[in-house]
Write a new protein. Structure first.
Lengths: 626, 505
């Protein structure tokens, strides 16, 4: 367990070697990268076994990084159930994605660079989940952002990819302003970057060291702003749908194990701080719920396979935040894992389809793909059904845990809306699967073919995990009483598996009903869909445009931000420079010209001036004496 | 190495002067010899600078000023040629070595008439070193002036004029404005120095003696309140203090590449250094009175510079305004009068110096090949100039404060210091970093990414020589970003005594 810090080091090393060695390396370094993440995955098992042997708990290891002005920063790691769970998810998904990329990216001329950044991406995310202090966490946080920037913009010759990459970085960066200010405020008021100490100060302070309520709420909200950017929470989600400009395996990584998971992880890690301030927790819940609903509605109308998946990710991230807002730490992280596995597989499936169809992503041009790509269709269907919440697949169980948490922690209105969103997710998933893979084979798709085994194998692996991982919720014996007895915060009481029959029944009925209904609707009753679309044309248009958020932001950037920039630049040139700098210079020259006039050299002029002067003095003296 | 320690600092001043003298004697046609001498002297300076930084003792109990050397000069007036460095000075010496060496390499690629060019360049470098290592006010000012004057010729003769859609800037205009504004600042500084000399009444220009006098109450609060702003604004002009910054972007646009590197890399640091060495050290209560105003102006630097940079369409204007913005963090850190803030300010001086030198080097490479710096005309360069793109992206990421690169560490320290003193202004500073991200990433997306137009199909990538110079600049950026401890230790040893008059830290 002491060696867990090595897990990301493999990746950093691989990045360094591949980035500098480049194409000179054998196989352009791609197997080196896979070896590094594979080693990380193997090491994770040692850590896990060691962790179980020591009976779980909370462990820390570290060395000092630097020290200045009385503030010490350590390069340290935390090993607790949260970290171990995240290590599992990140190493496994990254490994699967990298193996899949061998097939998907074969022949790309910059494949070395692709694998280098993949290594760095995984390494950064692993550092993030291991970090024991906020500075190291922020360090990794920004590296994760950088890697997604580089990978989304991997095909940078395409204008759209370059723009999407920039948008992702800038949007998340806006959230990061909050995160950084939050971290600095915490450091200024507690004198330490250490997460454990900060949480102790917030929840259980020594007498005289209490933090004010305003500070706790304020910093929690600022940290949450960062999480909103990374985890694509409304209204900072706009980068996520565009992020599919990157290669599909990259989307799989971003949507499952790295980028978007970071925000949820951050809130989970700092949850005691949020809980110390009820208001902050409430905000998390509301934002999560809104995000869940907005994402689900947007997914319902999109016709782009990858966009549907992206909006679905957004919606599920909202669910996780909602669960966290309800205090459901276990449920949220459990769903993060269940969703991550399923979503990674769905994106790999979408990539497989694009691979076969010359990068086509429009589901209206697909249809009946299961006849030509049976393996992709099978795995995709499993993933979609899992996220729709069909029992006994993974997300059904995690959703159940989240429902329990929301039921126990929040006002019933949250529960009702959450259930509605669950119904919507089943509906849009049914639609996507039905339109893309079933029904009659589309003519455009006739030439399609199944992807090579190096791609289908990772998909199959992920699919089988999706089938079984949900059972972790159940008491499996040998002292294991369900996920609630393992995945805990420090100091939280274990909560064995429980079943609320009403809630479970409601969610099953909703999920299965919506999925089946949706299937039937898009299979047989296209007329109903068309008429609904016609009746709610304005709503439909708003949904297609993402509630006009993109257009709104663009307007603000063009009309406000850029205009302000131009105005300031013009002010600088005209007022500060021409007025303030050239002005005195020109003034001096002008004054010189004016003053020169009286030097005429004519005796009469001087005589007249003298006479006027004498007269003036005379008048002055006369006036004074009078 | 006793002998080396005794003479290290003066060698850093004499060497560039001797190089300039030697170049005067070289026949003008001997380009190769001139280049060899130019680059060789740069390498020696780098070695000497690293040596000074290396031997600087930051341990507890070590004297604040080290490698001290005194040569009596005008004893009647109390002027001595008095040299020594504290932690701040040592780091600035290191920065000067790095930037001088790389600028000397870059200068071999383009400049016509290399003989007078290198001669002036080395006079300028001698002035810069002299300012950083002088602990006598008279010589500090002498070298400060020496660094400014060669700029005029370097820009007016070797610079370039530019035309834009709605205005034009000739190189003569840029050179003249730069020198006039800096000289105006110098006048204020000179008044402040004479006032300090007279008021102290000890008949000495020795900074340490004056500091002791200041400590004993030689300067009344009223005196300091009046004299401090002279030093603050006078030196502030060179540091790019808002609203006295306009010489800087225009100067950059007119200046040749290697001059831009030195100008933004080290010259602007002289101003911030002067505020610390003269203002903060000798006039502590004046500093306290004016700190809030300096803080506000520095925040204006950060935001105003970043917003202006957003609207620029010339690569050099973008980098020039970004320098204005980043120097704001230096001034902000000084204004905090907080241990972390001041440490951050000093580290930011170093970090920004190296980063901006890299920026200008890369912009120069692009300009040499494409003959334009117009961001609206350039596009898709990444697919032709991969290494150049990577270097620009590294500089860009440093400037937007990406962790793992030097800018993050220094800005973070400044922010923490700022939040301890003026949280609102500190928050604006963080917002400035986000604006930086916007303009840097927009620029990268526009210039380097996207489809490439046909004009740029034949651009060659960076040459080995230029690439080497750039690599020399990347090393400290990454080093400070990943392991800042050796740098912070040296700075800390200076910060503590600097903050003594303000009740410790």
């Amino acid at each position: 367990m002491e060696w867990a810090w090595l897990i990301p080091v493999f990746g950093f090393a691989a990045f360094g070697v591949i980035a500098l060695g480049g194409n000179a390396l054998p196989w352009r370094g791609r197997y080196l990268s896979i070896l590094a993440i594979g080693a990380g995955f193997a090491l994770f098992w040692f850590v896990l076994l060691d962790f179980i042997e020591r009976g779980g708990g909370f462990h820390r290891f570290g060395v000092d990084w630097f020290e200045t002005g009385g503030v010490t920063v350590a390069w340290g790691i935390i090993i607790d159930p949260l970290t171990v769970t995240m290590l599992a998810l990140v190493t496994f998904v990254a490994l699967a994605v990298q193996v899949y990329s061998l097939g998907y990216m074969a022949g790309d001329k910059r494949i070395g660079w692709y694998y280098a950044v993949h290594s760095l991406f995984a390494a950064a995310m692993l550092t993030l989940v291991l970090a024991d202090n906020l500075l190291l966490l922020y360090f990794a946080w920004e590296l994760v952002g950088l890697c997604s920037y580089l990978l989304i913009g991997f095909w940078h010759e395409r204008r759209s990819a370059a723009e999407a990459a920039k948008k992702a970085f800038v949007t998340t960066r806006i959230g990061d302003v909050g995160l950084l200010i939050g971290i600095i405020l915490l450091v200024v008021h507690t004198g330490t970057f250490d997460i454990t100490e900060i949480l102790a100060r917030a929840t259980n302070p020594a007498p005289g060291e209490e933090l004010s309520n305003a500070l706790i709420t304020g910093t929690a909200l600022l940290l949450f702003l960062g999480a909103m950017g990374k985890s694509a929470q409304f209204p900072l989600h706009v980068w996520l749908p565009d992020a599919m400009e990157g290669p599909s395996p990259v989307s799989a990584l971003i949507h499952a194990a790295t980028m978007v998971a970071a925000g949820v992880f951050l809130v989970a890690r700092m949850l005691p701080l949020f809980e110390a301030s009820g208001a902050a927790l409430e905000v998390v819940a509301v934002v999560g719920l809104v995000t869940g609903l907005v994402g689900a509605t947007l997914a319902l109308t999109s016709t782009d396979l990858k966009r549907i998946l992206a909006y679905s990710t957004m919606s599920h991230l909202g669910f996780m935040m909602l669960a966290l807002g309800a205090g459901g730490f276990t449920a949220a992280i459990f769903h993060l894992v269940a969703h991550g596995l399923a979503k990674a597989m769905l994106f790999l499936g979408a990539g497989s389809v694009m691979h076969a169809l010359d990068n086509e992503t429009d589901i209206r041009k697909m249809g009946g793909l299961r006849r030509v790509m049976p393996m992709t269709a099978l795995t995709f269907t499993i993933g979609a059904a899992a996220l729709a919440g069909i029992p006994p697949l993974s997300a059904f169980w995690s959703k159940d845990e989240m429902l329990l948490a929301v039921h126990g922690g929040l006002h019933p209105i949250y529960l009702v809306l959450f259930l509605a969103a669950i119904g919507l997710s089943a509906l849009y998933m049914a639609r996507a699967v039905r339109l893309a893979f079933y029904g009659p084979l589309n003519d455009a798709a006739r030439r399609a073919h199944e992807s090579p085994r190096v791609m289908t194998l990772p998909m199959l692996l992920l699919a089988s995990l999706t089938l079984v991982v949900g059972f972790l919720a159940l008491p499996l014996g040998a002292g294991y009483e369900g996920i609630g007895t393992f995945l805990l915060q420090a100091g939280e009481k274990p909560h064995p598996f429980t079943l609320n029959a009403w809630l479970t029944a409601a969610s099953v009925v909703l999920a299965v009903g919506a999925f089946a209904g949706g299937w039937r609707l898009y299979d047989k009753r296209a007329d109903v869909v068309a008429s609904a679309r016609a009746r709610f044309a304005a709503l439909h248009r708003a949904l297609e445009r993402g509630y006009y958020l993109d257009a709104g932001y663009q307007w603000v950037i063009d009309k406000v931000v850029m205009r302000a920039g131009s105005a300031v630049a013009l002010f600088d040139r005209r007022v500060v420079n021409d007025g303030g700098v050239n002005g005195p210079g020109e003034g001096t020259v002008f004054a010189g010209r004016q003053l020169r006039r009286h030097v005429t050299g004519l005796f009469a002029d001087y005589g007249a001036a003298m006479a006027l002067g004498v007269l003036g003095i005379g008048i002055f003296l006369w006036a004074r004496s009078a | 190495m006793d002998w080396a320690d005794r003479h290290a600092l003066e060698a850093l001043i004499y060497l560039p002067m001797l190089t300039a003298a030697a170049l005067i004697l070289t026949p003008p046609g001997a380009r190769r010899t001139i280049h060899t001498v130019g680059v060789g002297a740069g390498l020696l300076l780098l070695i000497g600078s690293v040596y000074v930084f290396w031997v600087f003792d930051h341990g507890a109990g070590a004297p604040t000023f080290q490698l001290v050397r005194v040569y009596p000069w005008l004893e009647q007036l109390g002027i001595d040629f008095r040299l020594g460095v504290d932690g701040v000075g040592a780091l600035m010496v290191l920065l000067t070595g790095i930037v001088s060496f790389t600028a000397a390499i870059i200068a071999t690629t383009a400049e016509r008439e290399p003989k007078p060019y290198y001669t002036l360049l080395y006079l300028l470098i001698a002035g810069v070193y002299g300012t950083f290592v002088s602990i006598d006010l008279f010589f500090l000012f002498f070298f400060y002036e020496l660094a400014v004057v060669p700029m005029y010729l370097l820009i007016a003769v070797w610079g370039s004029s530019s035309k834009f859609a709605d205005f034009a800037r000739t190189k003569e205009y840029g050179a003249m404005k730069l020198v006039l504004m800096l000289v105006a600042g110098s006048v204020l500084v000179w008044i402040a120095i004479i006032a300090i000399y007279v008021e102290a009444g000890i008949g000495s220009f020795d900074i340490l003696a004056l500091q002791a006098a200041s400590h004993d109450g030689a300067f009344s609060a009223g005196f300091q309140r009046v004299v401090f702003p002279l030093a603050m604004i006078g030196f502030g002009v060179l540091a790019g203090l808002w609203p006295f910054h306009t010489w800087s972007p225009d100067g950059h646009v007119a200046a040749p590449t290697s001059v831009s590197m030195l100008h933004a890399g080290v010259l602007m640091k002289l101003g911030a250094f002067g505020i610390i060495r003269v203002g903060m050290t000798l006039l502590p209560s004046g500093m306290e009175d004016w700190a809030l105003i300096l803080f506000v102006l520095a925040t204006a630097n950060v935001i105003y510079g970043a917003v202006s940079a957003m609207a620029q369409t010339d690569l050099k204007y973008v980098v020039g305004y970004s320098s204005v913005s980043h120097m704001g963090y230096v001034l902000m850190g000084i204004a905090t009068m907080d241990a972390l803030g001041l440490t951050g300010a000093t580290l930011q001086m170093f970090s920004h110096g190296v980063m901006t030198a890299l920026f200008f080097a890369v912009v120069g490479v692009i300009y040499d090949r494409a003959h334009t710096r117009d961001t609206l005309a350039l596009n898709g360069l990444a697919s032709r100039m991969g290494v150049t793109t990577a270097l620009f992206v590294i500089a860009g990421l440093t400037s937007l404060g990406l962790p793992g690169l030097s800018g993050f560490v220094s800005e973070l320290l400044v922010f923490i210091g700022a939040f301890r003193t003026q949280p609102i202004l500190g928050a604006l500073g963080v917002v400035g970093a986000a604006i930086t991200a916007v303009y840097v990433l927009r620029l990268i997306a526009r210039v380097f990414f996207g489809p490439r137009s046909r004009d740029w199909n034949a651009l060659p990538d960076i040459s080995a020589k230029e690439g080497f110079a750039a690599a020399v600049l990347v090393v400290p950026i990454v080093l400070v970003g990943v392991y800042p401890q050796p740098f912070l230790r040296v700075i800390d040893s200076a910060v503590e005594p600097l903050l003594q008059p303000f009740g410790g830290a």
